[in-house]
Design a protein around this ligand. Structure first.
Ligand code: DAH
Length: 343
């Protein structure tokens, strides 16, 4: 075969060559570019051709070799990084739907309230759900055997070794105590969390629910500061500007109050929500009892403050028209995915 013909054949072979596996690429490399390969023998023979032929084919030969080399390196790069597709995998099948998560309705309400208080300098505090008697009751001015303890049906946890019983916290007010014990005033915190009461479960009440506690301690804090703060909250959270404070009783505040917002009575739903009064009961509140400050090591002559606590379930149920409180705890995805997407 003439040299011209050999080059012509080689050109066709190189241009049409394909490799689908790393092994085929290697075979090609050995066949053409190896030490006993096609190029090697062509270059040997090239020395014997006439100078006329050298001029004609020299450049072509070099170009072909470069082309073969770049084909090999391209195949190797591709075939080494891509796993060979599994013959049993049907690449044309539709993908699996990746459903995005949704924020739980309680978290939506909780985060909104945190944002509202964050804007006026409150930060978030936390405490344990399994509490001791001191933090849940005694430091909050519930003396032993005091009837106020019966206001909250408590789940007790017996210590098998006969030590002090623990409780599942009945309110987030325990976090007030933990915060005052560990921080110096000024203190401005809100404490969201789960609480537990030994109550029959029904559509309207549950043995688990959520509260947010608030606490503000500084020099010269007054009842007027509390009212102002709660008015700000009612406005920001409910979009309502009128509140009222009704006298009430909690062992840890003196004086104590219940805060209602004026909801209005414009439609049937307003009547239902406010039981026909136009007022919606929102939270308990009051000036922190000096006995509580002293229990937590804060000088009640120098400092004063206010506290408040509210449940989250009722707000979530109103906002999202959830008819049964049990839905909040069932974690049925058909229920949960109706709320605000997290992405
Ligand atoms: N801890 C009370 C409850 O569970 C709510 C409460 C009322 C919290 C008054 C407070 C407060 O901080 O000042 O019913």
């Amino acid at each position: 075969m003439s040299f011209a013909k050999r080059i012509e054949t080689l050109k066709n072979q190189i241009e049409s060559a394909q490799a689908t596996t790393a092994e085929e690429a290697e075979e090609f490399r050995i066949k053409y570019l190896g030490s006993k390969g096609v190029f090697k023998s062509l270059f040997v023979d090239f020395k014997q051709v006439t100078s006329e032929e050298k001029r004609l084919f020299g450049k072509t030969l070099n170009l072909l070799k470069t082309k073969a080399e770049s084909k090999v390196s391209q195949w190797k790069a591709e075939l080494n990084t891509h796993q060979k597709p599994d013959a049993n995998v049907d690449l044309t099948r539709p993908g699996m739907l990746n459903e995005p998560g949704a924020k739980h309705p309680i978290s939506i309400i909780k985060d909104e309230i945190i944002d509202i208080f964050h804007a006026i300098g409150f930060s978030v505090a936390e405490g344990p759900e399994i509490e001791d008697d001191w933090h849940n009751f005694s430091a909050l001015n519930f003396p032993p055997e005091h009837p106020a303890r019966d206001m909250q049906d408590t789940f007790f946890i017996k210590d098998p070794n006969g030590g002090e019983d623990f409780v599942l916290r009945t309110h987030t007010s325990s976090v007030q105590v933990r915060t005052m014990e560990t921080q110096k005033p000024p203190i401005r915190i809100i404490a969201p969390g789960r609480v537990f009461r030994n109550e029959a479960v029904s559509a309207r009440s549950h043995c688990i629910f959520h509260q947010i506690e608030g606490l503000y301690i500084d020099k010269g804090v007054t009842f007027a500061d509390m009212k102002q703060t709660l008015e700000y909250f009612a406005n920001a959270f409910f979009g309502k500007s009128k509140i009222r404070l009704r006298p009430s009783y909690f062992p840890f505040t003196e004086p104590s109050a219940e805060m209602d917002v004026y909801w209005g009575l414009e439609n049937e739903l307003d009547h239902r929500i406010t039981k026909g009064t136009g007022w919606l009961e929102v939270m308990g509140c009051g000036m922190v009892d000096p006995a509580v400050l002293e229990s937590c090591g804060i000088d009640s002559e120098t400092y004063s403050g206010f506290a408040f606590g509210m449940g989250l379930e009722r707000s979530a149920m109103q906002r999202f028209q959830i008819p049964d409180i049990r839905m909040i705890f069932e974690n049925d995805t058909r229920f949960l995915k109706q709320f605000q997407s997290v992405i």
